[in-house]
Every structure is written in C-alpha cells, then in structure tokens.
Ligand binder design. Structure first.
Ligand code: C2O
Length: 611
C-alpha cells in the first residue's frame, strides 16, 4: 500500500499485520435512526488549512453520504500537519493555519461502539443511543454567570453527614428526572459515551467532510472533563436549589484518600439504612470496596503486594506523572489535535495517571455473558458511576496543582478557541470554548486544600553506581525493535548526548520516546518502564529505576477499519539518570514490563530525543 511508505517517521502508521482494505474503500456505518453513513476514503492529500469560519454550520446531510476521509481518520495527515507531531519535533506551526474544533454536529450524532467498529465481525454497539437530545434551536455561546457564591469542592473522605445528605439528594434528583431531560443522570453519563466512543462528529463545511471527534489521548482531555463536571455540578445544585453545591473530589493522591470513599460503597444509604444509596453502583469490581487500597497503577489483576507498598507505589507513581513525565505543556496535557486531523494519539501524563484507576473500579470483563468492564472500566459506561465524577474532580484539581507548580497551559489559538457542546442547568443548549474554562475562579469553584504528600515521594536513588548498561548483554534497538510485548523486553538505548551541563538540561529535556505503539482500542493494555534495572519483576515504583507507565481505557471505534489504535508515548528522563548515576553513560538499559495484554501491543522503535 503506497500510503504506508509516506507515513512520516514517528507518526501513526497503519498496522502491518492486519487485514486492511484499500484506502479508497468505503465504510458503511449504521447511523442511529436508521440512516446509513457512507464513509469514503479518497479525500485529497495536502489540503490547505485556513482559518475556520466563525459560524458553526450545523447544516449537514444526515441521510446520505457523509464523507469521512479515511486517510485523515487513520493518519491525521493533511500535508505537513500530521507529520508535525505525535512524537517528533515540537509543534512549530503557525497557529493561524491550524483549525480549532467547532462543536459537534448535533443532528449527526450516531451510534457508539463498545468494541470494534462497523466492519469488524464481532463489533458491539452500545445498545442505546448516547446522543444528547437534539435542541430545537441552535446552541448559544455560553456566558459564565457571575457569582459571588463560590462552590468549594470538598475531599470526598472528609465530608460530613450534612454534605452526604445533600449530595445524595442531588444525585437522586438527577436520576429522577424524565429520561429525555438532558440533565437526567443517564443523559449526563451519555455525554461521555458520545464524546468518547465516537458518537459525535464535526463537519468541515468548506470541504463537505465530517470528522470523528475524540476527547481522549490528546489536548482536549483536561478541558473537556472540566466543562463536563462544571455542568454536571451546576445541574446537581440547580435541582436541590443550592447554588453553592460542589462535587466532592476523590483525593487519591494522599494516603487518607486511597480507598473508595465510604459514601459510595454501601448499597443502603450511609445515613439511613432503610433507604437505598443513589451513590452506590453494583457494576464495580467486587474486591475493590473498602477497605481495599486503591491501586492507582492497577494492572487488571491484584498485585499481591502489601497495602503499604501499594500506598508507596501510588505516591511515587503520582510523582512521576505530575513531575518527571510532566516536563512541558504537551507532556502533561496531551498532544495537539486540530480540526481535520485524525485523533493523534499522544496521551498526556495527566491522563496516563488516571487510566488504570478506571480499570480498578470497573467490574472485571467476562466472556459469557460478554461484559466490558462496566461501568468505570469502559468509556461508554464510565459516566454511569458517580465515582467517575469524583475521580475526575481530582484529575481536574491536579491540573490546577500542576499549574501552581510551574506548569503552563497551551497558548495555541486552535486549542483556546475549540468548542464543545453541553446542556446547561436551565436546559439551554450551549457551546463553550476551551479558553473559558482555564480559570476555575471564573467558573466559580475551587478545591478544599489538602497536603501533597507525593511531592515528597520522589522515587529513591541507588546508593552506588552500578554499571548496569555497560554490563548488560541486552540487544540494541536495531536488533530488538519492532517489538511485541509478549514478554519482558530489554534493550540498550544509545544516548545522542551525555554529561550535559545544567544549563543545557534546563533548556532541553532528555526524553525517552516510544514510537508507533499499536494496540487494540477496545482493550486495556498496560506496560511499565524501568531504566537500568536488572530486575524483571517491576513491582516497586518507589525506586528511581521506575520511569513511567503506559495504559489505555477500552472504547470502541467509529469508522476505522482496524481494531487498532496507534500511538506514541514519551517518558521524561529528567533527573532519573543523575539519580542512577548514569548521566555519563553512553547507553541506558530500558526494561519494558508488560502488565496487561502485552501480546497485543507492538512498538516500532525507541529512541532518545531532547525537547
Ligand atoms: Cu473521559 Cu476518565 O475519562
């Protein structure tokens, strides 16, 4: 296939093994309400990008052909843009040529998939529609209401009975709304499904092309979830007539918060055992109710480690994701994703920090009857568990913490101007922009302050220098890659530069880059990475050798032919090499330890870059 050869280095390349159809093939998607979407794959390459028209055209045909550029969907090409970044050089593109996302076509929202896509034989559709009610009038730009009443989000493990009563009442009220009320609890849950399992698409009126929309594994992860929680919280407050109502946050980055907060864990109301508990959800992992310790870096099975080790691992994992692997804007927030790109897969450290937790909460998958990790362990159903919103409130809070520690948000106009659609607490259809969510003060909420113990949990260095790389007989990259993670993979990676000065290190970070990771989108995959470690077990994250972890949360496709998602992944070597007294070494030994579904993961290449 000719287009394979033109795949830019470091960018998404199609799987080499799968049974792919030609680029010009057409994919038929069954739309909701019976329409069929025709996805054709022959749009021109090298299109020019212009500024988006300010108006948000919602006038798209829903009954006939909707052209989806298969190449764009799969490769995110579009001339140089796809090449510009997943892994490679910093985005140095003029923003004026990169388009923000308009909010999705509401009349075009279609079926979501739990696994696979329309062309895979065993694909499974979400058995109901995840699409929001279609508004009669066009959504209006959302104006953040001015308020003097701050909403203070409390730590979930610290709330009192008064708060629990209010919170239960609000959730119950959302569940009691008519099913077609967009503020209904399950309608709210479906927002996540439609944005995450490819129900939503956006159209480019200039080209007459539609694109699937995805808010994970790219720079929309944090802003999308912030807005999502904002409206959820406002709706909850509206229904109990309390504008100060604020969602709790699951403070899992401190030992006191490292169990499922008690109020979610009992079938009966924690305040009145004669009543049911609206915060409870039976679709959770049965072994992970209190007093089970939350395993933030869960591998899909019990680790067997002592609880205290899990606590230490958690803290060091948070440190790595909040500090070491959050060395710049993109590394923390995720890869840029412009309107017209395929979802470029560069999951930020913030998202990778939050992924395994989803799996820890969801019910383990079964084949007979088939279940898919519901509720929390699959994107389509995650919003049906109240835990979702407390988990994400903590992710949102950690975004703020990261900024306070010196992190910086993107300045790209295309990010700032991108839009999302929601229903507000008064049942108005509105659209919001990324830039309007960057200041929580303006949104009217803040977080109850707590300690940040993980800041003191930096993984501990070795006592002595061991010449691990020099003494290793692991193969070189050329001999070991591409690699399938069906076993522990060890490889010696050459460092283009060593013994850099302090000033040089400050200017450019040394980063370990895993290029072209392929894995099934509808499965939980996970692997951990250790540097200069002779151990093949990889259980301890509180030692300096632990560098980072890659994971995914399962979800279906929406128009690709391949049941494969392709991605890149970076690890900030930061001061790990100094801690390991390996800064003057020419090679490092990289150990990749598969923790779940490794046999389904392949990585093309690994190398070091300075960014
Ligand atoms: Cu939209 Cu925790 O995921």
């Amino acid at each position: 296939m000719a287009f394979l050869a033109s795949t830019p280095p470091g960018f998404i390349s199609p799987p080499s093994t799968s049974n792919k159809k030609s680029l010009t093939s057409q994919v038929l998607l069954n739309g909701k309400r019976g329409q069929r979407f025709k996805i054709s794959c022959n749009a021109p390459n090298g299109e020019t990008r212009s500024n988006p028209s300010p108006s948000n055209s919602q006038s798209v045909e829903t009954s006939s052909a909707i052209k989806l550029d298969r190449r764009n969907v799969l490769l995110g090409l579009g001339g140089a843009y796809g090449a510009a970044n997943l892994i490679g050089d910093k985005l140095a593109l003029a923003d004026s040529t990169n388009k923000p996302f308009p909010y999705p076509n509401l009349t075009d929202c279609t079926v979501s998939y739990i696994t696979g896509d329309p062309n895979t034989p065993n694909s499974v559709q979400v058995p109901y529609t995840c699409c929001p009610p279609t508004p009669a009038d066009s959504p209006q730009p959302f104006k953040i209401p001015h308020t003097d009443q701050k909403r203070i989000r409390p730590a979930a493990h610290l709330v009192d009975d008064k708060y629990i009563e209010k919170y239960m009442r609000a959730i119950q009220a959302m569940k009691d709304l008519p099913q077609d009320d967009p503020r209904n609890f399950y309608q709210q849950a479906n927002i996540h499904c439609a944005y995450c399992n490819y129900g939503h698409r956006v159209s480019d009126p200039e080209k007459g092309t539609d694109y699937l929309l995805q808010v994970h594994s790219n720079w929309f992860f944090l802003p999308f979830h912030r807005w999502y929680l904002y409206f959820f919280e406002k709706i909850a407050g509206e229904l109990i007539d309390d504008p100060t109502f604020a969602l709790p946050y699951w403070n899992w980055d401190t030992p006191c918060g490292m169990t499922m907060p008690f109020m979610f864990s009992t079938e009966k109301s924690p305040l009145d055992p004669s009543k049911s508990n609206p915060l409870y959800n039976p679709k959770r992992h049965p072994d992970h109710f209190p007093p089970a310790v939350f395993d933030l870096n869960y591998r899909g099975a019990a680790s067997g480690l002592p609880d205290l080790t899990t606590v230490c691992n958690n803290l060091s994992f948070v440190y790595r994701q909040m500090v070491t692997n959050a060395y710049d804007t993109q590394s923390f927030l995720g890869t840029p994703y412009y309107f017209g790109d395929a979802a470029p897969r560069g999951t930020g450290a913030s998202e990778l920090l939050h992924n395994p937790a989803h799996i820890w909460m969801g019910k383990p998958r079964t084949t007979d009857p088939p279940t898919y990790g519901e509720d929390m362990g699959n994107f389509y159903s995650a919003g049906k568990d109240c835990l979702f919103y407390v988990h994400h409130a903590n992710v949102d809070r950690l975004w703020r913490v990261w900024l306070e520690q010196g992190g910086q948000n993107f300045q790209n106009q295309a990010w700032l101007d991108s839009q999302l659609f929601f229903w507000d607490e008064k049942k108005n259809p509105v659209y919001v922009t990324v830039k309007d969510c960057l200041d929580e003060e303006k949104l009217g909420y803040t977080y109850q302050p707590t300690e940040l113990p993980w800041l003191k949990a930096k993984p501990i260095p070795k006592l002595e220098k061991e010449d691990v790389a020099a003494n290793s007989n692991a193969p070189s990259v050329a001999n070991a890659f591409p690699a399938t993670l069906d076993k522990v993979v060890k490889v010696l990676v050459q460092r283009p530069k060593k013994s850099r000065s302090k000033a040089q290190k400050k200017k450019k970070k040394e980063v370990l880059v895993f290029e072209d990771i392929e894995y099934p989108m509808d499965e939980f995959v996970k692997f951990d990475v250790f540097i200069n470690d002779e151990d093949e077990v990889g259980e301890l994250m509180s030692k300096a050798e632990f560098a980072g972890t890659f994971s995914s949360v399962p979800h279906g496709h929406g128009g690709d032919e391949d049941r494969v998602l392709l991605s890149g992944f970076k690890i900030g070597l930061g001061d790990i090499l100094e801690d390991l007294q390996a800064d003057d070494d020419e090679y490092i030994l990289v150990t990749i330890i598969p923790k779940n579904a490794g046999e389904k993961v392949t990585i093309d290449n690994v190398r070091i870059e300075f960014s």
